[in-house]
Design a protein around this ligand. Structure first.
Ligand code: COA
Length: 319
């Protein structure tokens, strides 16, 4: 038995912030941001919240799958920007969508969050514990962003994506996750309630070059590793759906794997880096744009704070 994605959905805030607007806030330019990151604009919450976007993305994914909220047995939400500490976002989503019978918990694995939720869901399904699981990545990163720091504020955006997994026949693939806690300082955020000292703003802090070097080394490595683990060839993969952090990172990964960048779809130009939401938002867009076809084999890869990185493979079953 394996978990197959049978519905997807996403929700992003209405408000668009383009690079031009950002260049009026910090010393940067549209040209610099596009050239170094590929990002052109991002969405920023106004009325929306991590919970409201997660609930909307979840409702769309359930409608897409033709599954009612009452049928959901487990909700896993990946987020680093929940509305409140307690209750968790998954419980709040449960209340919003009426998934009365679901167990609920959140996962904090930053930009590997959706991939982690996917692997947990797969493991539960393979063990026969649950048959219908809703996984969500939802982030309001604008709340954690220092809007005076040009090294970080140009990168991030808000949004949510969701997928419904159901148990069924098909090939099951083993996923991989790695972490190196000794490098955690490269991308950190203490949160406004736990400032380390008076010099700590509480917002996200990042050593951009360090994170860049980490990503372009570790992502190709873990892609090779997951292919080998599952006895797959790189040519078996139709699309590599990689965490949408930076166009240069993704192009460099493609180059290191000696693959055409066409196999690495991107939408980061529209949404920036939405952490745990980036992979499910992209999956849903690809599906609705008719790019993904039934029978495609997809490799998911994530990387980010922790530092953590990982990859997984799935066969696409939606027509
Ligand atoms: N606008 C204009 N100039 C900027 C700038 C901005 N937004 N941010 C930094 N600069 C300047 C720096 O001050 C530096 O100037 P200097 O040469 O006078 O000192 C110069 O640009 C180069 O800075 P550097 O940090 O080396 O740039 P970079 O090419 O590494 O690009 C990032 C910076 C952040 C875009 C890049 O490091 C990156 O994308 N890293 C990965 C980040 C990431 O994806 N994090 C999330 C992972 S989940």
């Amino acid at each position: 038995m394996t978990g197959r994605i049978c519905g997807t959905g996403f929700c992003v805030p209405e408000r668009v912030m383009d690079n031009k607007e950002l260049s009026g806030m910090v010393d940067t330019s549209d040209e610099w941001i596009r050239e170094r990151t590929g990002i052109e604009r991002r969405r920023i919450i106004t009325e929306e919240t991590t919970v409201s976007m997660a609930a909307k993305a979840a409702e769309r994914a359930l409608a897409d799958a033709g599954i009612s909220p009452e049928q959901v047995e487990l909700i896993i939400t990946a987020t680093i920007s929940s509305n409140v500490i307690l209750p968790c976002t998954a419980c709040e989503v449960q209340k919003e969508i009426g998934a009365a019978w679901a167990a609920c918990f959140d996962v904090n694995a930053a930009c590997c969050g959706f991939l982690t939720a996917f692997q947990i869901a797969q493991t539960y399904i393979a063990a026969g514990v649950y048959r219908t699981i809703l996984i969500i990545g939802s982030e309001s990163l604008s709340k954690l962003t220092d809007w005076t720091d040009r090294g970080t504020c140009i990168l991030f955006g808000d949004g949510a994506g969701a997928a419904v997994l159901t148990a069924g026949e098909g090939r099951s693939f083993r996923g991989i996750l790695h972490s190196d806690g000794s490098k955690g300082a490269a991308l950190s955020c203490s949160g406004s309630h736990w400032k380390a000292d008076e010099n700590d703003s509480g917002f996200m802090k990042m050593d951009g070059r360090e994170v860049f070097k980490f990503a372009v080394k570790r992502v190709p490595e873990v892609i090779h590793e997951v292919l080998k683990l599952n006895d797959c060839s790189i040519d078996d993969i139709d699309y590599f759906v990689v965490h949408q952090a930076n166009r240069r990172i993704i192009e460099s990964v493609a180059k290191r794997l000696d693959l055409d960048a066409e196999k690495f779809p991107m939408n980061l130009q529209e949404y920036g880096n939405t952490s745990s939401a980036s992979i499910p938002i992209l999956l849903d867009e690809l599906r609705r744009n008719g790019v993904l076809k039934k029978g495609n084999r997809i490799l998911l890869a994530g990387f980010g704070a922790g530092l953590s990185w990982g990859a997984g493979i799935l066969d696409w079953i939606i027509e």
